[in-house]
Ligand binder design. Structure first.
Ligand SMILES: CCCCCCCCCCC/C=C/C(=O)SCCNC(=O)CCNC(=O)[C@H](O)C(C)(C)COP(=O)(O)OP(=O)(O)OC[C@H]1O[C@@H](n2cnc3c(N)ncnc32)[C@H](O)[C@@H]1OP(=O)(O)O
Length: 299
């Protein structure tokens, strides 16, 4: 799938570079007037700059950008749309409300529901991961707040991570703290970024890394003052986009294919595994206790 996408998008830079006089004129016009296309729904705001080919995707699911079934569905549809758009070469993923990038999977989707619902939910989580990790676009996470578990996974799926330099913001795969287990593809995604040793320790402890620690361990690539997260993402994106798309895409696919294939070839088994795990009484109890702790902390 990724290889086919790479072939399709091979044309994108050529189209931009060798475009007709009309096209070049349009480009100049774009540079001057910065034509922006918006395709938003009530959970995701997208602004695609036609001059640069960069889309900024802002997650907007208050209060904490939790990844509900509805949100994940909208997310995957939006991503698919951008992936198919030949004018879009880069994606900056961020939160519409600073302080929280994403609180991860919506715990309520994993509590007290039917097995059928859990199956549908997990398929949507898989879909989000396959689309984002397998994207042909340059993907940059502009992490403007805390990012536990599924939120961290989203950031790890991107090619580059820029985080707000605020020790109050933390990122990590904290699943064990909830009494649950990060599945193999969450583990692989993290391991591909920070290596096996850091992943092994962080996953067992369910460690959340405050921003400076996240930088130290390579979980993020750069820390910048909060107000510079978006502009830094834009300038890093401009650098990445100087590389010809087809060469970068084939390289990305070569690096990630083994990891994505593991899930693609085991999707149904992975769903079955999730459903049988999450329906256990002991796991349901752990999640309820965790939610209760969150509420009490607030009080
Ligand atoms: C054998 C192997 C088999 C493996 C099979 C698979 C196993 C299952 C794998 C599942 C993988 C799970 C991945 C996940 O992503 S789980 C989610 C983990 N997320 C968290 O732990 C985050 C929890 N939240 C927080 O830490 C804080 O809320 C946060 C720092 C994000 C924000 O803090 P803040 O103080 O600003 O806000 P509040 O805590 O007051 O929260 C506001 C309301 O939002 C609710 N909330 C928060 N997080 C979630 C969430 N993830 N899902 C649903 N709801 C959430 C919170 O309860 C507050 O609600 P109320 O206002 O109603 O009290």
């Amino acid at each position: 799938m990724a290889a086919l996408g790479a072939l399709r998008s091979c044309w994108a830079p050529a189209r931009l570079l060798t475009g007709s006089a009309h096209h070049s004129n349009r480009l100049v016009l774009c540079q001057q007037t910065s034509i922006k296309r918006h395709f938003s729904n009530n959970k995701i705001l997208v602004e695609l700059d036609e001059a640069t080919g960069v889309a900024v995707m802002k997650m907007k699911n208050p209060p904490v950008n939790s990844l509900s079934l509805d949100f994940l569905t909208e997310f995957s549809i939006t991503l698919e749309k951008l992936e198919m758009d030949r004018g879009c070469r880069g994606l900056i993923l961020t939160s519409a409300s600073p302080k929280i990038f994403s609180a991860g999977l919506d715990i309520m989707e994993m509590c007290g529901k039917s097995a059928e619902h859990y199956g549908e939910f997990w398929r949507a989580v898989q879909e989000m991961w396959l689309k984002l990790y397998g994207s042909n676009m340059v993907t940059i996470a502009a992490i403007n707040g805390s990012s536990p578990a599924g939120g961290c996974l989203m950031a790890l799926c991107c090619d580059y991570r820029i985080m707000a330099d605020n020790p109050k913001y933390a990122i990590g795969l904290n699943e064990t703290q909830l009494g649950i287990v990060a599945p193999f593809w969450f583990k692989d995604t993290m391991s591909n970024v920070v290596g096996n040793r850091v992943t092994e320790q962080a996953l067992q402890l369910g460690q959340m890394f405050p921003a400076p620690e996240a930088l130290k361990f390579g979980l993020v690539d750069q820390l910048v003052p909060e107000e510079k997260v978006q502009s830094t993402a834009a300038s890093v994106m401009a650098q990445w986009l100087t590389v010809p798309d087809h060469a970068r895409q084939i390289t990305k696919s070569m690096m990630r294919k083994q990891t994505t294939d593991k899930l693609v070839n085991n999707r149904e088994a992975d769903i079955k595994n999730f459903v049988s795990f999450i329906t256990r009484d002991s796991i349901q109890k752990s999640l309820q206790v965790y939610m209760e702790r969150l509420r009490q902390r607030k009080q």
